[in-house]
Design a protein around this ligand. Structure first.
Ligand code: NAD
Length: 354
């Protein structure tokens, strides 16, 4: 066995159905008496219901979270937290809301509780991406890791099927890249393979019947593991491409991950055979990249970048930006190969394997 390094992250996870009911006791255990509840505008109703359940333990609600964590929004939320003398935050929502909780923690050191309602995985990581002046910058710091994460399967039942599919594939992407990460270790590999299996089992059930609690449990369990491995090892080509497509070309986050994943996997296939074998085994498919493509098709997820708004004329520029300052990757980044990958992903072709 190759030597490895393991860094465990200090966070407490409560997982199950109906677990949100444990929040008051958990807040007491953390010594939090006046939390600010965070949400996006569409989830304000849920945030207000939670605040009223918390009674005196809630100082107020900030329902202004938006995608990509703009610093102006974070500054407004920090001002409200200070005005209300909040002693912590509770973020109820997906990666956008959890990102806001992290941005507040970065500026104030307030302890955070994350209550994820999508499969994006941000709650398990020390990563924060923030936008200022139209540019997204990402940093890793322990300051932004939520102290407590409450996964309540019940809260995911309302996630629409299309968003469940793309958010779930966004999670799978973390596990796929963890399996060939330069700093991977045996425990991360176990978690990543288990994660892909749980999501491949759960997501088709969720898309067919969004209130299927068993399917939802599998999907959320897989998403937790995906977030955990994202938090522990470095990501590669797939995440770089999605970062460029989202950050510089405005493509939507989860959908872009769903489209790019089979193609980035195919690009790396011959250079990461052990990872590919684990991915295929977890999917129950003969081959990793085609297995991921088939899963996306079965879930009704988007398959073509052009359907997400990417213009044919932008493909060369995406290839150029994505080939600059590459993340560590099993296969060297070759501009022509990346351009070909992008052409296939743009047109919705099957991944080019072999
Ligand atoms: P999101 O948080 O923007 O949510 C998408 C929409 O779905 C929102 O309108 C939200 O209110 C709604 N929604 C969420 N849960 C719902 C539910 N259960 N029922 C009904 N509606 C629901 O989307 P996301 O994909 O979760 O997060 C994307 C953002 O997270 C991006 O900015 C991305 O960069 C970031 N992210 C960060 C990390 C990290 O480690 N820092 C990891 C993954 C994603």
């Amino acid at each position: 066995m190759r030597g490895f390094t393991w860094t465990g992250l200090p966070s407490r996870v409560v997982f199950g159905s109906g677990t949100l009911a444990r929040l008051p006791d958990e807040l007491d255990a953390m010594g939090l008496k006046r939390v600010l509840v965070l949400s996006t505008p569409p989830q304000e109703k849920e945030a207000r219901a939670l605040a009223s359940r918390l009674g005196g333990r809630a100082a107020g609600v900030f329902a202004g979270a938006v995608m990509h964590t703009p610093v102006e929004v974070s500054q407004r939320a920090v001002a409200l937290a200070q005005q209300l003398d909040a002693d912590g935050t509770v973020a109820v929502g997906g990666g956008s809301t959890i990102g806001l909780g992290k941005a507040i923690a970065l500026r104030t050191d307030l302890p955070q509780v994350a209550v994820p309602t999508t499969y994006a995985g941000s709650e398990m990581t020390t990563i924060l991406g923030e936008t200022a002046g139209g540019e997204k910058r990402t940093q890793r710091t322990l300051k932004v890791l939520p102290e407590l994460v409450i996964y309540d399967v019940e809260l995911t039942l309302s996630l629409p099927p299309a968003l469940s599919a793309t958010s779930g594939l966004n999670a799978v992407a973390h596990a796929v890249e963890a399996l060939y990460a330069p700093d991977c270790n045996p425990v991360v590999s176990l978690m990543a393979e288990e994660a892909i299996g749980a999501l491949a089992r759960g997501l088709p059930r969720v898309v067919a019947a969004p209130r299927d609690v068993e399917g939802r449990s599998d999907a959320l369990y897989g998403a937790w593991l995906c977030g955990a491995v994202l938090g522990m090892v470095a990501m590669s080509l797939h995440h770089k491409l999605c970062h460029v497509l989202g950050g510089s070309f405005g493509l939507p986050h989860a959908e872009t991950h769903a489209v790019v994943l089979p193609h980035a996997t195919a690009y790396n296939a011959a250079h990461a055979p052990d990872a590919m074998a684990r991915i295929a085994r977890a999917l129950g498919a003969p081959q990793a990249a085609t297995g991921l493509h088939e899963l996306a098709k079965r879930l009704g997820a988007p398959l073509a970048l052009r359907d997400l708004g990417l213009k044919e004329g932008d493909l060369d520029r995406v290839a150029e930006i994505a080939s600059r300052d590459p993340y560590a990757n099993p296969r060297p980044i070759e501009r022509a190969g990346i351009r070909k990958l992008l052409g296939d992903a743009s047109a919705g072709n099957p991944p080019a394997c072999g």
